[in-house]
Design a protein around this ligand. Sequence first.
Ligand code: PHE
Ligand code: NA
Length: 452
Amino acid sequence: MEQRSQWGTRIGFLLAAIGSAVGLGNIWRFPATAFENGGGAFFVPYLFALLTAGIPLLIMEYTIGHKYRSSSPRSFSKISKGMEWIGWWQVLISFVISTYYPIIIAWSIMYAYFSLGTKWGDDPTTFFVSDFLSVVDAGEFGSFVPSVLIPVIFVWIFVFFFLGRGVKKGIEFANRIFIPTLLVVFIIIVIRALTLPGAVDGLDAFFKPDWSRITDGSVWIAAYGQIFFSLSIAFAIMITYSSYLPKKSDITNNAFITGFANSSFELLAGIGVFAVLGFMAFQTSQPVAEVVKSGVGLAFMVFPEIISQMPASSFFGFLFFGSLVLAGLSSMISISETYIAAVQEKFSISRRKALLLGGGLAFLASLLYSTQGGLNLLDTVDYFINNYGVALAGLFEVVAIAWFAKGLKDLQNHADSVSDIKLGVWWRFSLGVITPVVLGYMMLQNLKTDLS
Ligand code: PHE
Ligand code: NA
């Protein structure tokens, strides 16, 4: 049998895992989520979720990958024959995400380019919707939009190139360049943002705690939701990545480093985004709350408008959108690797063949979103993936392991045998009780909202 690929260095693995975790979720999801859920007070449920779900699950996934040294489906089947489908469910979710993630990276590439002459003009909203996406009539599918299609193809060339080169020369190499660069760019952006007039008001709005929200169940759900999404858990990614670790690797320590690094990026992004929003509020004499938006609206409508009003706008805009591209590509590599690894193992074919098959299919599917009206499709698919797909994947995973398989004790022994920090009741209780209860409750809440 072919020897399993391995990371070249520990830091290489960590950078790849952090590269997967740090993505659009840190930059455009976290700041607005925190703001809407109690501001400074949100940090309490957030830290709680990190320590009772995020890091425990990360340790569990790292342990599974490290112990069974296989892709997610095969790892689960090694735990128990009947559990292989849990791995496939996770892989399927990653596959679906990998069909629309390139679109958002493509927008960022185009906006990095548009920044060079602030080409969106005076009205970024209209520019984004009609000029750029050429959405004429919402809901109607039409022909390809070249300004989206071309960068999407570029993203896929990139993915094929690096995944084709394998774990060490491809994934590790790309992340070794991207993640340090991303950190430097981030710091430049944050310093610039903090020196803008109005920045302090933005931070004030962001950090001001609304303690009355802390008893609100939906705030806690939002905190757990942010942690799951942000740490790329239950997507088969962390299992796949840790399956390439050498035998001697401190799993528990690695999980803590990944978790805290991701949260630090999140905090940094929150500070940068709100400093910039404070500047916008200052320019337009509005309260900060009026200018806050999340998601696509924040990155591609609000930010372009603010960037236009800033000194050295082209440079700053290029850095901002460039950082979205770097964060997006490193996450994209990790999502695609899950099904390449799974297909390669399942059918005993070469990495290249698996890439051609899996990546080829995902590429074709991604063309659907590169059309007029593709944005609606993207929104719908994203909604179901995030509200049901991922929550279910996490729920299946913890319940299967903690309640049905050989149990957490088995994994704990494995993690403890290679790690400095020893796991205890905290870890087993978080996974056996807290995480399943929260995920179950989350699913029911989503169902309730959707059915009413
Ligand atoms: N964790 C990434 C983020 O915070 C998002 C992501 C989800 C990446 C799923 C890969 C897979 O943005
Ligand atoms: Na993240």
